[in-house]
Design a protein around this ligand. Structure first.
Ligand code: 6PG
Length: 239
């Protein structure tokens, strides 16, 4: 397991700018190396500027890049709570990415389980891995909740113990409670994992996330199998 890197910046804007440059490099490198790149976006509000900078300041080969949402709220895509809507508003509507390269969760289905199964099938279709292998995202973007959750993997959730599925329904303590998430084995199989975290209210969660792995703090269970893990922080949250 590689050691985590910690990069602190004066502001979230500075951290977003630096992370955008790194993500652009990793995506271009992946396209150059294996003809395409795969990226999972995180939700919430922190990544908004990162997305906007990626769209406006980096001219990437989006026709060779597959974008997934690492997690989603089980709400309609037009909902203000939708991670997909946020990703469209800040990134996907502003770059020339083919629709078939965008892989959102099917939240219009009748039940989160069906949406998770549909995402599992989509991951299998796009990654085409052998039996027993895991999909390896080139770039995995993650956020951190004040309770130490990441993606939609919440403290003590049964989803934390799932090993045989890549996409699962989940439950959040706050509304919208019904969630969908990529599982830890897939997150940890990624080539480059990046946490973007800002604000003093996340200091305690960050301390736990960097501490020994514990189901009390799901972000602490993110430990790349072979890839890299980098924390991109503003000075309010940085240790
Ligand atoms: C979600 C996210 C979640 C998010 C954290 C931080 O669906 O909410 O994927 O894991 O990254 O909750 O959210 P903020 O960036 O809004 O603080």
């Amino acid at each position: 397991m590689s050691d985590a890197q910690v990069r602190a910046f004066p502001t979230l804007e500075d951290a977003s700018d630096a992370l955008a440059a790194e993500v652009a490099r990793e995506l271009e490198d992946a396209v150059a190396t294996h003809g395409r790149a795969t990226m999972a976006l995180s939700g919430g509000s922190t990544p908004r500027r990162l997305h906007e900078i990626l769209a406006s300041e980096h001219n990437l080969p989006w026709d060779r890049i597959h974008v997934f949402l690492g997690d989603e709220r089980f709400v309609p895509p037009h909902s203000e709570d939708s991670n997909f809507r946020m990703a469209c508003d800040t990134l996907l509507n502003h770059v020339r990415i083919p629709l078939h390269n965008v892989h959102a969760w099917e939240t219009s289905m009748s039940h989160p389980d069906l949406a998770a199964i549909t995402m599992q099938v989509e991951l299998e279709r796009i990654f085409e891995v052998d039996e027993g292998e895991l999909p390896r995202f080139d770039v995995m973007l993650l956020g951190l909740g004040e309770d130490g959750h990441t993606a939609s993997l919440f403290p003590h959730s049964p989803a934390l113990r799932v090993r045989e599925r890549w996409a699962v329904p989940a439950k959040a303590p706050d509304k919208p409670r019904r969630r969908l998430s990529i599982t830890l084995p897939v997150i940890n199989a990624s080539r480059h994992i990046h946490f973007l975290v800002a604000g003093g209210d996340k200091r305690e969660a960050l301390r736990c996330a960097m501490d020994d792995p514990s189901p009390d703090c799901p972000a602490s269970l993110v430990r790349p199998d072979e890839g890299t893990l980098t924390w991109w922080l503003d000075e309010e949250v940085a240790p």
